[in-house]
Design a protein around this ligand. Structure first.
Ligand SMILES: NC(=O)c1ccc[n+]([C@@H]2O[C@H](COP(=O)([O-])OP(=O)(O)OC[C@H]3O[C@@H](n4cnc5c(N)ncnc54)[C@H](OP(=O)(O)O)[C@@H]3O)[C@@H](O)[C@H]2O)c1
Length: 292
C-alpha cells in the first residue's frame, strides 16, 4: 500500500521502518542484516535513520546499499561534526556528506534538520545549506523533524518538502491544524513514534522511560483496544491518519516487523473508531503538546 509523499514526486509505503534501535552496538550484525533485508522483502521500503542513532546509518549502508533503488532513504542532520558548531551552514553540509558516505549512496531521498530549535530555523543558515545540498543533487527533499511551534513554522515557511513529527494515539495535536496545512501545501508527512513506544507494556508508570508521558495520557484517555491488540490499534490509527504518508515503526524484532506489516495491511480503522479516538484525545487534552 503506497501513497504519494505529498507533492514531492514519489510514493512511499504506509509502513516504514524507524531504524533508531538498529543502531544499538549490542545488536548482532547478522540479525540487523536479516531485519533490514526482510523489511525490504516485505515492502517496508522507507527506512528512517539519523546521525545520532549510533551504528544505524553505517549498518543501513553495509547491509542494504546494494538494494538502494528499492527503498526511500530518510535521515537527519545538524550536529556532531568535528570542527563545526552544531546547526551552522558548514555543519549541515558536512553532515550530509558524512551521511552519504556512511549510507553508501550518492543521493539521500529525504534529509531532515533533526529537532533544531525555532530560532535556528528562523536564522536561516541551516535551511540554506539544506537547499544548497539539494541543488547539488545530494538530496531530493529538504525536510524538518520536530514538534509544536517549530513544526508549525517549518510548514508555513515554504522551505520544506517534508516533515517528520510524532503522530499516535496519545500525540494527536498536530492532526488538528499543522498536518492539514502540510497536506494542503504538498508537504510529505512521516509519522514518528507511531506506537507511542508501546506504553501498555508497563503495568505501573514507567518512570524515566521514553514513553512515560504517553503512559500517563493512555491512563487518562480511558480507551480500550477491544477486539484488537494495542499495537494494531495504534499502528492503524497513525498510519492512516489524514495527511500521514508513512508511519515509521521502530523495531529490532523480526516477529514484530512481520506483525506490523500484517496490521498495516488491514488498512484504516473504521471511521467511527478513528473518530472516537480523536474525540477522546480532545476531551482529555491537558496541554498535551507534541513530544520530541
Ligand atoms: N526525529 C526525532 O526526533 C525522532 C524521535 C523519535 C523517533 N524517531 C523515529 O521514529 C522511529 C520510531 O519511533 P520509536 O521507535 O521511538 O517509537 P515506536 O515506533 O512508537 O515504538 C517502538 C517500540 O515499540 C515496540 N514494538 C514495535 N513493534 C511492535 C509490535 N508489533 N509489538 C510489540 N511491540 C512493538 C518496539 O520494541 P521491539 O524493538 O521489541 O519491537 C519499541 O519498543 C524511530 O526509530 C526513529 O526513526 C524520530
Amino acid at each position: 500500500m503506497e501513497r504519494e509523499f505529498g507533492k514531492q514526486g514519489f510514493p512511499v509505503p504506509a509502513l516504514g521502518l524507524g531504524a533508531g534501535s538498529l543502531g544499538d552496538p549490542a545488536l548482532d550484525e547478522t540479525r540487523v542484516d536479516a531485519l533490514l533485508n526482510s523489511a525490504l522483502d516485505m515492502g517496508i521500503t522507507l527506512i528512517d535513520s539519523a546521525r545520532s542513532y549510533a551504528l544505524s546509518e553505517e549498518r543501513i549502508g553495509r547491509h542494504i546499499a546494494h538494494r538502494r533503488r528499492q527503498f526511500i532513504l530518510s535521515t537527519k542532520v545538524g550536529y556532531g561534526i568535528p570542527g563545526h558548531a552544531d546547526w551552522t551552514y558548514g555543519c549541515i553540509l558536512a553532515g550530509i556528506d558524512a551521511a552519504l558516505k556512511r549510507l553508501r549512496t550518492d543521493c539521500l531521498d529525504i534529509v531532515h534538520l533533526h529537532s533544531c530549535p525555532l530560532e535556528t530555523l528562523r536564522q536561516g543558515d541551516a535551511i540554506l545549506a539544506l537547499h544548497k545540498a539539494r541543488d547539488q543533487g545530494k538530496l531530493r527533499v529538504a525536510a524538518y523533524s520536530g514538534e509544536n511551534e517549530a513544526l508549525h513554522w517549518a510548514i508555513e515557511s515554504g522551505q520544506f518538502g517534508g516533515v517528520e513529527c510524532s503522530v499516535n494515539l496519545f500525540d494527536q495535536r498536530c492532526l488538528e491544524h499543522f498536518l492539514p496545512l502540510a497536506q494542503e501545501r504538498g508537504i510529505g508527512v512521516i509519522a514518528k513514534r507511531p506506537l507511542a513506544n508501546a506504553p501498555w507494556r508497563f503495568a505501573q508508570r514507567p518512570v524515566g522511560e521514553y514513553c512515560e508521558e504517553y503512559w500517563s495520557r493512555w491512563q487518562a484517555m480511558e480507551i480500550a483496544a477491544d477486539d484488537m491488540d494495542w499495537q494494531e490499534l495504534a499502528l492503524r490509527f497513525a498510519a492512516f491518519a489524514p495527511a500521514v504518508c508513512c508511519a515509521i515503526v521502530g523495531t529490532a524484532s523480526p516477529v514484530h516487523l512481520l506483525q506490523n506489516k500484517i496490521f498495516a495491511d488491514q488498512g484504516p480503522l473504521p471511521a467511527t473508531r478513528f473518530d472516537s479516538l480523536r474525540q477522546s484525545f480532545r476531551q482529555h487534552d491537558d496541554n498535551w503538546v507534541g513530544q520530541i
